[in-house]
Design a protein around this ligand. Sequence first.
Ligand code: FAE
Length: 516
Amino acid sequence: MKITRRALLGATALSFLPSRAQASGTHVPAVVVGSGYGASVAALRLGQAGVRTLVLEMGQRWDTPGPDGKVFCGMLNPDHRSMWFKDRTEAPVNGILFLDLANRPIRRHAGALDRVNFPGMGVYVGRGVGGGSLVNGGMAVTPDRDYFTRQFPTVDAAEMYDRFFPLATKMLRVNHIPGHYFEASDYYRFARLSRTAAARAGFDTAFVPNVYSFDYMAREERGEVPKSALGTEVIYGNNHGKFTLDQGYLAEAERTGNVTIAPLHQVTRITREGAGYALAVREITPDGEVVAEKHVTCDRLFLGAGSLGTTELLLRARDTGDLPDLPAELGEGWGPNGNVMVARNNHLLEPTGSRQSAIPTLAITDPSREVFAEVAPVPAGIETYVSLYLAITRNEERGRFTYDPATDRAVLQWGGARAGITAASGTFDRINDANGTVYRYDVFGGGKAFADDFCYHPLGGAVLGRATDDHGRVKGYRGLYVTDGALVPGSLGVNPFVTITALAERNLATILHEGR
Ligand code: FAE
């Protein structure tokens, strides 16, 4: 099935005004749902191809400073800007000595970070124009080629590694921490200590590239610019230093003149209308008041609402009968990228430092157990003696989403990360043995040393080659595409956003080429 360029360009060029005045009846040639990595690639490439495109994003556009002069709040003083409509923050690290120091009551608001809670698994996601790029750690890793090929056997790896990974890396402005800065900075003492502990156990470490500017960070340390990574900012947003999608892909997309972004617009339902699609869209204020319910139609629909958002929209459409021919494989192949968090205690004579950069730059590698364990900061502003790690483990543990008609939501069935914990404990038992150290049980909720009940890397639900064809075209429906982390089959072995971006670039290149 081929899309003609004419069909993609469409006949109308209606501007979309996100206001009461434009409550319904808008038709656009292309709609992109969400504004994370996959969505941003789609928006830019459609805009460059001359296609009038509307981006519908449920979160805010984060460009207006609050009364404190800052757009985002910090991790140590979270307020209503921190989390998506919660009464209390739900930070991944609860505190120290079982005290819930990190969390506090907040006013319900369209904050930047959401934690979507399912039985046994809380999934962290970004909300706002830029999706996960607003809140993530910026670690920008190209996956190991063999493992990528195992996960995507039908994708041309040579094309990915020669063309699309370098393109994604360039577009996202990935940079590397200078060795001399890492060795000298007070703010990376915690990472150097973990490197020493790993070396005592015979493990190597690797530097992890990032989209946070290390030039900016060095200037922060010299006191020349406002502090962000060195001022305990990350999961609720960075006010400076990080190159997020709203500054990159999305800004470029808007500059084409063909792309309009509508923040605080949540797509709730997808139906067929004519040869295209109709969307039910709810516009809200930042405090959650519903401003309008809109009806938007389009010829082509690109779903970039993330693994959770895209999977839920499609499952709801299939199981309520709106799009009954959607494939049986929807909801399958979901995984947390093998995420397991671990905390160790250090000796009194080996402090981690009270100053810690919020941006991780080092990982411990354990190839025999297929563990890639990033050394995460604990930027508490005091000495905690805690070494914290995000272990990315490679295994076949998968969950599955189903649609629950009673709540009208997608529900995750997740059986826990036994294989992930086995692998991570193999690595960290050895590090503890070699250093005479122990695990910390006071850092995560539930008194666990290994936290497998939350993740940062939701992947899958509409997997490439199963729920879609080999380029993200949804089976059974012409003009309907998945362009985000829902395409990735649950595990990548490294942090996912470079892969999500590169895969979206690849898919869009083919979809637009075939449309010509
Ligand atoms: P994503 O970026 O999640 O964007 C989806 C967007 O769609 C969001 O803006 C949603 O608000 C929006 N949306 C959802 N439903 C709807 C709807 N119905 N209507 C309208 N809009 C909707 O999707 N990855 C790395 O590679 N390196 C890291 O260092 C890293 N650190 C992380 C740290 C944290 C705290 C978190 C939460 C994630 C981290 N990740 C990291 C994961 C990474 O951000 C994630 O894989 C990508 O953002 C996923 O990209 P997608 O395009 O799939």
